[in-house]
Design a protein around this ligand. Sequence first.
Ligand SMILES: Cc1cc2nc3c(=O)[nH]c(=O)nc-3n(C[C@H](O)[C@H](O)[C@H](O)COP(=O)(O)OP(=O)(O)OC[C@H]3O[C@@H](n4cnc5c(N)ncnc54)[C@H](O)[C@@H]3O)c2cc1C
Length: 278
Amino acid sequence: MATRRVGPARLDHGAQFFTARSETFRQEVARWVEVGLVHEWCRGFGPDGDGHPRYAARAGMTTLTKYLADGVDVRCSSLVFAVRPGAQCWDVCLDDATSIPADALIVTCPLPQAFSVLVSSDVEIPQALRETEYDRTLSILVTLDRPGAIPAPGGLQNPDDVFGFIGDNVSKGVSEHPAITFHANAEWSETHWDDEREASTAALLAHARPWLGDAQVLEVSPKRWRFATPRTIWPTACWTHVDGAAPLVLAGDAFAGPRVEGAVLSGLAAAAALIALS
Ligand SMILES: Cc1cc2nc3c(=O)[nH]c(=O)nc-3n(C[C@H](O)[C@H](O)[C@H](O)COP(=O)(O)OP(=O)(O)OC[C@H]3O[C@@H](n4cnc5c(N)ncnc54)[C@H](O)[C@@H]3O)c2cc1C
């Protein structure tokens, strides 16, 4: 869930919307709607929709994550490079050479990144989990001098053989200035992943042209998501390791579904697992 400013415009460049399929998540979303953070954007992207609400965060997805993090000690721009077993706790080693002792650990980064930080943790992780692969997403964020040509409600799902999603950030209520997010589909992204960045950006912009109408492009900003979508989902909503003194839980969208709702449900499952152990 990521939002970025490009010039005066604001664009969601990761998740574009979310659905609520489970009762648990529907209740969370209802609370966010009530406090005005989230609104129902539409009920599908075809001409008639499919009747299921698609939610967007007002002012961009990161307003929601900031709201959820309120009152929590969150350290952005801190890279964890290793997790090591301490006497009664985990030592979480940061890239600035400091470390944080932790009574319990929930690791939610994409699984290949989780394994690299856990390599010196002495935790045996199941082989099937270790082999989880991810689809990639190449994307561009485009700002315009006037509105583009995305039909109402401002989102297009799989409109052609290049793009998986196109989102108009003005229609969604995220930007006051014309700004469109283009996500290439998994196949196109895989094929062009190793192209020079300028070449893949130019190719995406050329494919985007029909959706820009007669607008002039002001800025184009590329974004690459190496671990965009887990290809397989672990059968339980998190994975818990309780061998030592301090527990470790692996969680995230690879455990409860490759979408915002899956990440939330997995986070709740991780919290429940730790509470059950305490
Ligand atoms: C391009 C794209 C479009 C998407 N569109 C949608 C959509 O429209 N609707 C929908 O429901 N879902 C969508 N998704 C999926 C949704 O965004 C994810 O399922 C969800 O964000 C996963 O949350 P997570 O907490 O599991 O992991 P992430 O959101 O990936 O969070 C993992 C975090 O770990 C951090 N991290 C990684 N390694 C380290 C380290 N060593 N030290 C410190 N921090 C680290 C990362 O920076 C990141 O912030 C999309 C995803 C992508 C990539």
